[in-house]
Design a protein around this ligand. Structure first.
Ligand SMILES: [Zn+2]
Length: 68
């Protein structure tokens, strides 16, 4: 029940081109397999994101006041 079956299916709704997302794009060396530290949703962050103490885009939007 994962949304990320392989490295070619990472075009997900959380990587919107042109968005203000700070998250790193998932790659085969940097899989999006870590939970968000804020909402604990699984498979939201990559190891690079975690090193930067990021949260998922949904939480980032909430933390930034809703945005849209
Ligand atoms: Zn989150």
């Amino acid at each position: 029940m994962t949304y990320y079956q392989d490295d070619h299916s990472d075009r997900c709704e959380f990587e919107r081109p042109g968005s203000n997302s700070a998250l790193r794009a998932a790659t085969y060396r940097n899989p999006r397999n870590l939970p968000c530290p804020q909402c604990e949703a699984p498979n939201r962050l990559t190891p690079a994101d975690r090193r930067r103490h990021y949260v998922c885009d949904e939480c980032a939007d909430i933390n930034e006041g809703g945005g849209y």
